[in-house]
Each structure stands twice: as C-alpha cells, then as structure tokens.
Design a protein. Sequence first.
Length: 316
Amino acid sequence: MKITLFGVRGSLPTPTTKREHQEKLLKILKLAKEEWKKHPNTFSEQEFIESLPLPLDQDLGGNTTCVYLEGKNGEKVIFDMGTGIRELGNQLAPLAFSGQPLDLNILVSHTHWDHIQGWPFFKPGYSPSTSIQFFSCIPNLEERLIRQQHPENFPITLDQMASKKSFTLWKEFESYAIGDLKIVPISLRHPGSCTAYRVRQGSKKFLFCTDVEYREEDREHLLGLKPHISGSDLLIIDAQYSTSEAEKKIGWGHTAVSKAVEFAELMEIKTVVLTHHEPDHDDHEVIRIILEEGKAKQPEKTQVLVAREGMTFLLD
C-alpha cells in the first residue's frame, strides 16, 4: 500500500500568513549565515536546504483532511474530501479525462464541513468516464452532499457533476473488500459521530482515525477495540490540541497530542502520524507542542511523526 497525505489541517483551511512566511525566511537566512561563516569554502546551498528541520524545510500545509491510498493491485481509495482533495484531483485529472475508465473509492468518516468541502472542486468528479463509489456508515450521505451543493451554496449541483456515482452503506465492525483491500469501519467519539477505517492488505495494516476525542475514561472501551487495531503498521490520528487546550474543550471531539501518542502505544502501533492540526497554531507551534508532549515512552516500538502535505508511506 502507498499512502499519501493531501490535507492535514483541522476545522478549516489555514494558508500560511505573510508574518509566518517572513519569520521562516529570517530564521533560514540566519542559519545560512551561521553555516557559511563556519564553512565559507565548502558551503553548499543544496545541502543546507536539505538539512533544515521542520517546519523550515517545508510548510506543514494548509488544506483540510484528505488521504489517498493506492493498493498493490491498483485499488484507489480516498479518505475524506477536505480541501486537500482538490490537489489530488488535479493529479488524477489526466487519467480521469483520458477517455479510459477510472474507478475511485471514497471512504467518508463524517460530514463536518472540513471533511467534505473539497468535493465540488475534485476534477475527476466532472468526468463521465470516472466511476466513484462512496462508502460510509452515514445512511443519508448522498442527501448531505446534495445539500452542500444546493444552488444557494454552490453553482453546480451534485447531479450536474458528470461522473458516475454510487453510495453504499456500511455497518461498523463488519469487514468489507475493495479489490484485495480488507476494510473494517470503527466508530469514534465525536459530535455527530465519526468513523475510523482499518485497512489490511496482506500482512500490512493501516488505520485512518481522524476526528476522535480520546479521554482517560475511554480506556476500557478502547481496549475492547484492540483486536481490530492492535499492531497496525501505520496510524493517522487526530492530535489537534495541547493538553491544556483539550482540558478546556471537552466534548469538542478532538484529542490532545499526548493522548494520541498514548493511544498509539496502547494499541502497539508501529508508526503514528499526528494530524488535524489546530488552525490557530502556526507550523512552529504545532511542532513545539508535538516535541514537548508527543514523545513515545518506548520510541523503539512506536515512531511519532508530524503530518505534512505530500508525506508518503509505503507498506509492502
């Protein structure tokens, strides 16, 4: 499986501000000046750029949640339709409009706006040779997407998008197949409900777990989910808040960085990617909180990473 992140922000899109851009440039220039002074004759601009730490080497990204999975047998699965799906659509557009059939599968966790607002800008959705299968645990998903594109909200209705669309209702904790992928939907604590998806291909397991509020009182319940989750190779999980923020926002449906890492270790996850970054946190603040609060107790067993757009993982 190849898994690529196209959107990592939570709640709403968060473009880099002029202030943040200038602060990053100043830090980079100061570091470059110091490095050049140490090695004026051997200083390499390329090597210097490649050595920069996050988030100086790359913005984390301002798009909301969208993750793309490509299976070994050509399966194409999209998790959520935040604004990140627009760029994914741009990359898929040559295939979608080549005249050849293109089959896409979209798994929807829930329909809070930051997870569906990119759909009307997804170019393959306008191709008559593209078939899109929507899967979710939401009985009226099609109706919700129709409402999003009501003429009061958007100039083109869902029916006017030329792709072939179908909607399939799944039940939580049942096992389903998309090609060679075995998928289990798992319910999460989030206002209005939300669904995680565990995907297995061969011996490799991936868990998409956005928008979840994990609190200490959930521990026993989550231990009951361990047979579905334990030992996953990769977990992408909501980690929107610092510990102090999470204490002030009980019931908002999101998890503190420390709790997300604790959950990953509890479930014996090999690599955990912290995502759904708080829109009021700039990149430096996201990194600071994760460095301070996101340390694994056993880093040799669980690797902790910061989600950024364009990040790719291969599970062979």
